[in-house]
Write a protein that binds this ligand. Structure first.
Ligand code: FPP
Length: 254
C-alpha cells in the first residue's frame, strides 16, 4: 500500500525512482510539421510513445504514471484536430486495454467527462472496470482536465457533502478538501516532465505539483523513449528534495 500524504502537511517518502511521474506530452504538432505531415500524424505517433513510456515506467518500478492527453483548453483547437484526438482516444482504448491488463496496469481517466460522447464514456468505464484489479502501475489519462476545474469540482463536492462548512469556513482545510480531488487515489507526483521545449504547467495538476520536481526537455513527444526517460530519472536522482527544510537539516547537521 502506498501512503497518500500531503507534501505540505507531512514530509513524503522519497526514493531513487519516482513513485509518481506526471507528463505533458507536448510537441506532436511540431514533430509532424517538421516532416511536412499534418499535425494529426504527430498525435498518431504520440500514441506509440505512450505505449513505450507505459512499458518503461512499469519496468523501472514507477507506481503511478499520469499523462495529460487533452486539456480543458484544447477545445480551442481546430475542430478537425479535436475530432481526430477523440477518435484516437477511442481507438487506443479499444486496442490497448488487453495489453494494459496483461502488463498489470490499472487505467483511470480523470477530467470532466460529461463533455464526451456517450460511446467514449462507455469505453472509458469499461476499460476502467476491466483493469480495476491490476496494481503494478496505475496509468491515469487526464482528458478534458484542468487543474482549476479539479479544485472547483472538489470544493463543490465537499460543500455538498458538508453543508455545515458554509457557516464554519475555518473548518475548511487541506485534509477536508483533498479526498475530493480527481486523483485522491494517488500520491502527489514526484517528477513532472514536459516535452517539446516549453517551460510551463499549462493548468495541469496545479494543486498536486506543489513540491514536485519539474523537468523540461526539448525532445518532442513522438521522439520520447526509454533513454529519454532515464535521462529525466538521472536528473531527478540528483535533486535535493527539501520540502521546505534546509540542506543542513537533510544531512542531519542541525
Ligand atoms: C500536445 O502536442 C499534445 C496533445 C494536445 C495531445 C496528446 C495526445 C497524444 C499523445 C495522443 C493520444 C493519447 C492517448 C493517451 C490516447 P501539440 O499538439 O500541442 O504539439 P505542438 O506544441 O508541437 O503543436
Amino acid at each position: 500500500m502506498i501512503e497518500i500524504s500531503s507534501s505540505t502537511l507531512a514530509i513524503p517518502e522519497t526514493g531513487d525512482v519516482p513513485r509518481h511521474v506526471a507528463i505533458i506530452m507536448d510537441g506532436n504538432g511540431r514533430w509532424a510539421t517538421r516532416r511536412m505531415l499534418p499535425r494529426t500524424a504527430g498525435h498518431v505517433r504520440g500514441v506509440q510513445a505512450v505505449r513505450r513510456i507505459v512499458e518503461a515506467c512499469g519496468h523501472r518500478g514507477v507506481r503511478y504514471l499520469t499523462l495529460f492527453a487533452f486539456s480543458s483548453e484544447n477545445w480551442r483547437r481546430p475542430a478537425e484536430e479535436v475530432s481526430l484526438l477523440m477518435r484516437l482516444f477511442v481507438r487506443t482504448l479499444e486496442k490497448e486495454v488487453d495489453r494494459l491488463e496483461a502488463q498489470g496496469v490499472c487505467l483511470r481517466v480523470v477530467g470532466d467527462l460529461s463533455a464526451f460522447d456517450p460511446h467514449l464514456r462507455g469505453l472509458i468505464e469499461a476499460a476502467e472496470r476491466r483493469t480495476a484489479g491490476q496494481s503494478a502501475l496505475t496509468l491515469t489519462i487526464a482528458a478534458n482536465y484542468g487543474g482549476r476545474w479539479d479544485i472547483l469540482q472538489a470544493t463543490r463536492a465537499l460543500l455538498a457533502d458538508r453543508p455545515d462548512l458554509a457557516a464554519h469556513p475555518e473548518a475548511l482545510d487541506e485534509a477536508a478538501l483533498t479526498p475530493w480531488l480527481a486523483m485522491a487515489y494517488a500520491p502527489e507526483p514526484d517528477l513532472f516532465i514536459r516535452t517539446g521545449g516549453e517551460q510551463r504547467i499549462s493548468n495541469f495538476l496545479i494543486w498536486q505539483l506543489a513540491y514536485t520536481e519539474l523537468y523540461f526537455t526539448d525532445c518532442w513527444w513522438p521522439d520520447f523513449d526509454a533513454a529519454q526517460l532515464d535521462r529525466a530519472f538521472t536528473w531527478y536522482r540528483g535533486r535535493e528534495r527539501r520540502f521546505g527544510r534546509t540542506s543542513d537539516q537533510l544531512r542531519g547537521a542541525v
